[in-house]
Each structure stands twice: as structure tokens, then as C-alpha cells.
Design a protein around this ligand. Structure first.
Ligand code: TGC
Ligand code: FAD
Length: 388
């Protein structure tokens, strides 16, 4: 099959700068040449292709919009474009970049000391070190404010006890950004692999995001120096602020998964014959393809406008929530429709829509479920929070 040419019916990319177009092409090539040949086997085996981490780093795809030592410092729209192109390959690939950039590098860059920035940001940007972000617990997902993981001051150190569940990159990470309750509210800590009492466990049996690492973080009387606390991360709003960055990238990324599903279904419908004609010639199949293209195009408009607002310094929580909510649900719908157009062939791993469909079942849950984003936007427009 010819290389992917993109889905851009309304020519949104005419609004891209030369730099934005250049990054899009570079990531697209990386996905086609380096990632696509690996994804099927890695999804089957249930492992992230760690061999690609240095290339992700050398291409500037890790923390692309972070400003700090060794970081690319590109605009927010470029970060979005990167997420869209990576997730065209697989949500697990975009997840890796989201966590490393938005959930590990971003809090270090925004809440960390100069020493923490100098030590971690260049290594994380280059992909020489990997990070993870521990907010969710087994009993506290949508409501992280109920977290039980606790850090207690002991002289100049902290003693950390508790656990975090469903953590992307848990088993690959050299450093975990961990959120814990203290006497003075929620605080963030950098916990390094190898610290006594800190362990990670893989989560097995996933049918979704199989080409991504997911695990548990366990803290059993872990002693952490105060120099490993993020001093400017004060209260629950600190981790929630990190989520805004990642949710922004997910809203863009989901469009990539949808575009791959549409592209795959369109090509298949042109080649597959039934009743003596390509199935693309049937009105019902055309209706499905047009519906997918319409929804993808609307989602691209949301993403691009959100990106331009972000680059103008406007990044309110409900705007990001509306886009994450819409675009992920849209992508899941496209994946199911594409699977349908592929008929029986759509249930095998020879084609991507079934894999995207399974992945997007995680994406619609993580970083705030579809329902939580409904309630965030609902609270914004009515002025009445309905979370509890
Ligand atoms: P609430 O009282 O509303 O807020 C507490 C304080 O935080 C502020 N705030 C935010 N600040 C920045 N960004 C946001 N998104 C914020 N949301 C709230 C808020 O203004 C308040 O500030 P202040 O100054 O008054 O103290 O908190 P709540 O406990 O009622 O919860 C609200 C709720 C439900 C919206 C929030 O907890 C939430 O977003 N829940 C969803 C949890 C979630 O998204 N978890 C994601 C975990 S990480 C993950 O999934 C990574 S997947 C990565 C991958 O593989 O790609
Ligand atoms: P719950 O909160 O138990 O929700 C269950 C259901 O109840 C959902 O339908 C939800 O919408 C609904 N619900 C909950 N509260 C309300 C309400 N107030 N009103 C209406 N409906 C409600 N977390 C991290 O910290 N770091 C990570 O790196 C990370 N990676 C992840 C990777 C994967 C593959 C997955 C699946 C999850 C990951 N998560 C991570 C966790 C993720 O953020 C949580 O799963 C998510 O926030 C939802 O929490 P929960 O699974 O406990 O569901």
C-alpha cells in the first residue's frame, strides 16, 4: 500500500507554518518507516518498542513544547501535530510521548528547582531516561483528591507509603513523578528507580494499549530527600494542571487514530468487491465514509483552534476538556465504523482499526473519563459542579 498521505479535507494544513509542516512530515515518516513495521508484533507481545526511544528523543518528539535545559521549546500547535501523527501509528506510541513530555518533563520544568531541571530535562528530552506519572490509585481514579498515598516529614527527608495503579511507563521509568498527601496538602516527589522500598509491577491481561507499558508503583517506607520534592507543586491543582497539558495532546492525538481508520477503510472499500462492484460504490458504505470524514474534519478544526489559543497563552480547562471528550469519542466511533466496513477482515490484526478501537477504550477512560469531561464542561456553562 502507498504511504499514508494524511486526511485534510478542509486543508487546515494551509494554516500551518513551514516549521509545523516540516515537523508533521518528519513524524509521519518516522511512524511509517520505524514504527509501523514493529507495531503488530509489539501489540501481540504486549510490549512497548523501547528500541525507538532514542529516535523519539533525537527527533525532538519528547517534551517538544517544554522550555528548559536541553528541551526543544517549540510551540503548542507543533506538540499537537506530533501527537496526531504519533497516534496515527498507535495510541501507545502517543501515550509514551504524552507521559514523558506533559506529565514528567512539564511538572519538572514548571514546579522543579534549577538542579532538578538541569539533572532531568536534558536526559528525558533525549530519551536517555524515561519517566512516569503516578496520580491514580486503585481506589481513587476519577477522584484523585481522595488519594491515600502519604508522605510524612522525617527530619530533612520524607517517608512515602502507598501505591499507584494503572501507570503508563511504570516498568520502564527511571524516575516517577509521584503525588502524595502531606500535612500541608498534596505534594509532588521525584522517586528514582532503585530507591529502597520502591518497586513496580506490570499489569497483565490488557486487551487495550498492548504496545504500551502499564503498571503499579508501590512505596513501602521510601525515604526521599526534600531536594526530590517539587517545591512549586502545591495542592491538588498541581497534578491537575499537568493533566491539562496531556489532555490537550490527547485531543489532537485521537484525530490521528481516527484518520488512520478512515484512510484504511477508504482504501479497503475501493478494493473490496461484493455483488460485482467495489463496496465503495454502495450508498450505505459512502454514507459511513462521509460521516467519518465529517467528524474528523470537525475535530481537526477544534484541535487547531485550541492549539492557536494555547500559543496565544489561552488554555482554559473546559476548552481542553471539550476537545478531549469530543475527539476521543469521535475516534472510537470511527474505529468501530472502519472495522465494520472491513467486515470479517476488520477483526484481525492485519488491519489497524481493531487495534485502534481497543486502544481508544483506554484513551476514553484515562486523563479524565468521557463523563468527567462532560461534568467539567457542564460546570463551566451552568456554574454548578455536579461531581459529587
Ligand atoms: P476541585 O476542587 O475541582 O479542584 C481542586 C483545585 O484544582 C483546580 N483544578 C485544576 N487546575 C488545573 N487544571 C485542572 N484541570 C484543574 N481542575 C481543577 C481547582 O480550581 C482547584 O483549585 P483551588 O485553587 O481552588 O484549590 O477538585 P475535585 O476534587 O472536585 O476534582 C475535580 C475533577 C473531578 C475535575 C478532577 O479531580 C479530575 O480531573 N478528575 C479526573 C482525574 C484524571 O483525569 N486522572 C488522570 C490521571 S493521569 C492519566 O490518566 C495519564 S494517562 C497517560 C497516557 O498514557 O497518555
Ligand atoms: P472510576 O473513577 O472508578 O470510574 C468508573 C466509571 O464511573 C466511569 O464511567 C466514570 O466516568 C464514572 N464516574 C466516576 N465518577 C463519576 C461522577 N462523579 N459522575 C458520573 N460518573 C462518574 N493514571 C495515572 O495517574 N498515570 C498514568 O500514567 C495512567 N495511565 C493509564 C493507562 C491506562 C492504559 C489506563 C486504562 C489508565 C491509566 N491511568 C493513569 C488511570 C486513569 O487516569 C483512570 O483509569 C481514570 O482517571 C479513571 O479512573 P478509574 O479507572 O478508577 O475509574
Amino acid at each position: 500500500m502507498a504511504d499514508y498521505q494524511g486526511v485534510d479535507f478542509y486543508q487546515f494544513s494551509r494554516n500551518f507554518s513551514d516549521e509545523e509542516r516540516g515537523v508533521r512530515d518528519t513524524v509521519r515518516q518516522f511512524v511509517d518507516r520505524s514504527f509501523m513495521p514493529l507495531v503488530r508484533e509489539h501489540f501481540k507481545a504486549g510490549i512497548f518498542p523501547t528500541e525507538l526511544i532514542p529516535e523519539l528523543g533525537s527527533l525532538g518528539l519528547l517534551g517538544s513544547s517544554i522550555k528548559g535545559p536541553g528541551c526543544p521549546g517549540l510551540n503548542g500547535t507543533i506538540y499537537g501535530i506530533i501527537c496526531e501523527e504519533l497516534e496515527r501509528g498507535d495510541s501507545g506510541l502517543r501515550s509514551f510521548a504524552s507521559v514523558q513530555g506533559s506529565l514528567v518533563m512539564w511538572p519538572i520544568a514548571n514546579f522543579g528547582t534549577e538542579e532538578q531541571k538541569d539533572r532531568w530535562l536534558p536526559e528525558l528530552a533525549a530519551g536517555r531516561k524515561v519517566g512516569c506519572f503516578g496520580l491514580t490509585e486503585a481506589n481513587h481514579g476519577s477522584d484523585p483528591g481522595g488519594m491515600e498515598t502519604r508522605a510524612v516529614k522525617d527530619g530533612d527527608d520524607w517517608i512515602l507509603n502507598g501505591s499507584k495503579m494503572w501507570i503508563t511507563n511504570a516498568n520502564l521509568a527511571d524516575v516517577a513523578v509521584v503525588w502524595a498527601r502531606t500535612d500541608k496538602g498534596v505534594a509532588g516527589f521525584l522517586v528514582e528507580r532503585g530507591t529502597e522500598g520502591f518497586s513496580t509491577n506490570p499489569i497483565h491481561g490488557k486487551y487495550s494499549l498492548r504496545a504500551s507499558d502499564t503498571g503499579e508503583l508501590v512505596f513501602d517506607d521510601v525515604r526521599i530527600a526534600d531536594s526530590n520534592r517539587l517545591p512549586d507543586a502545591i495542592g491538588l491543582k498541581a497534578p491537575l494542571n499537568c493533566l491539562n497539558q496531556a489532555r490537550y495532546g490527547i485531543a489532537w492525538g485521537a484525530v490521528g487514530a481516527a484518520a488512520d481508520c478512515y484512510d484504511t477503510a477508504l482504501r479497503y472499500a475501493g478494493e473490496r468487491e461484493q455483488f460485482g462492484k467495489p463496496i465503495a460504490s454502495f450508498q450505505l458504505v459512502q454514507q459511513k465514509l462521509v460521516h467519518m470524514l465529517t467528524e474528523i474534519t470537525k475535530a481537526q478544526g477544534l484541535s487547531l483552534q485550541m492549539g492557536r489559543l494555547k500559543d496565544d497563552g489561552i488554555n482554559p480547562v473546559p476548552i481542553v476538556s471539550l476537545a478531549k471528550r469530543n475527539n476521543v469519542a469521535m475516534a472510537l466511533d470511527c474505529a468501530r465504523t472502519a472495522r465494520d466496513i472491513l467486515g470479517a477482515a476488520g477483526i484481525t490484526d492485519e488491519f489497524s482499526p481493531g487495534r485502534h478501537m481497543a486502544n481508544l477504550e483506554s484513551v476514553i477512560t484515562y486523563e479524565g473519563t468521557h463523563d468527567i469531561h462532560t461534568l467539567i464542561v457542564g460546570a463551566e456553562i451552568t456554574g454548578i459542579p455536579a461531581f459529587r
